[in-house]
Write a protein that binds this ligand. Structure first.
Ligand SMILES: NC(=O)c1ccc[n+]([C@@H]2O[C@H](COP(=O)([O-])OP(=O)(O)OC[C@H]3O[C@@H](n4cnc5c(N)ncnc54)[C@H](O)[C@@H]3O)[C@@H](O)[C@H]2O)c1
Length: 285
């Protein structure tokens, strides 16, 4: 897409009016923020989450064309049925945000005396539970939309990865970090395959964002303080800070972006800021 002066206007470039999107994990946090920005700009949505009440609350709050269904993304058949029903009603699907995910518990470097997050304590059953949702749940979501997108020769798929899939992070579990790294490579493989079909596939890799994840642990003042000191911008993110990138990727503004992992992390992947570190050690003394 080459922008003409009229299409270069933000209202055209980022236009999602009347377009159809599926958002998983829509009842809380990042998925809710993504649903809000798409709805606010006229998108037609299917919201999926296993939290039925949260979904109903959101759907009734959004002033938009919204369908919602309680679905576990680990259940490939239920997910496909929900997406198929949406597509048969709308006739097409313009985008998927495969966003649902859960924490894998604490890592190995955050809680004194905590051993369950260490390598020797890794448990296969726990891993299977995390991979079922955080990796296979994403695969199931992609598989539900891809046949239609291939037929249409258009579509934008966005998976929610994490900076912990790129850089080692003692605060999160092995299973979570490994699943997110796999999600990034699943995205890249799919982007390569689907590019000739005009289907774009990208990942958003958030840093630490205050949502409901891990039982809302990031809202805890001590956790917030400890993590904020590792972030060059000196603070955790808010859920609505992914809305801009979601709109970019959902719309024609992102028409030449595929196979990319876009970080939204306050600079966390840069490493700790020397200035924040100085402040920290000063206070700690
Ligand atoms: N918050 C962060 O700091 C952060 C950082 C990096 C990546 N992420 C990722 O962002 C995504 C969204 O998480 P969030 O932070 O908004 O957390 P959240 O807990 O606020 O929201 C997650 C939503 O997903 C739903 N969900 C969980 N498992 C599901 C399943 N099996 N089927 C259907 N729905 C399911 C939950 O009910 C919830 O509504 C996740 O993939 C998470 O790993 C979050």
């Amino acid at each position: 897409m080459i922008a003409s002066p009229s299409t270069a206007h933000a209202s055209q470039l980022f236009n999602v009016m009347g377009r159809t999107y599926v958002v998983t994990g829509a009842a809380s946090g990042l998925g809710l923020a993504i649903a809000e920005v798409l709805a606010a700009n006229g998108g037609r949505l299917l919201l999926l989450d296993r939290d039925e009440k949260g979904l109903k609350d959101l759907a009734s709050r959004l002033q938009a064309s919204v369908a919602s269904q309680a679905v576990d993304v680990a259940d490939a058949d239920a997910l496909r049925q929900a997406v198929d029903a949406f597509i048969s009603e709308t006739g097409r699907i313009d985008g998927l945000f495969a966003n649902a995910g859960i924490s894998g518990g604490a890592g190995f470097g955050t809680d004194a005396g905590m051993t369950s997050g260490q390598l020797e304590s890794q448990d296969g059953n726990h891993w299977r539970g995390i991979l079922d949702i955080n990796l296979l749940g994403v695969l199931n979501s992609l598989q539900a939309v891809v046949p239609t997108m291939k037929r249409q020769h258009s579509g934008s798929i966005v998976v929610t990865a994490s900076i912990t899939g790129i850089q080692a992070e003692p605060f999160v579990s092995y299973s979570y970090a490994a699943a997110k790294a796999a999600v990034i490579q699943l995205m890249r493989q799919s982007a390569l395959e689907l590019s000739p079909y005009g289907v774009r596939v990208n990942a958003i890799a958030p840093g630490f964002i205050k949502t409901g994840i891990a039982g809302g642990r990031l809202h805890d003042a001590q956790v917030d303080g400890a993590l904020s000191r590792k972030i060059p911008m000196g603070r955790l993110g808010a859920a609505n800070e992914v809305q801009g990138i979601a709109l970019l990727l959902a719309s024609d503004a992102g028409s030449y972006i595929t196979g990319s992992t876009l970080t939204v992390d306050g600079g966390a992947l840069l490493g700790p800021s020397p200035f924040i570190h100085t402040q920290y050690t000063d206070t700690a003394r």
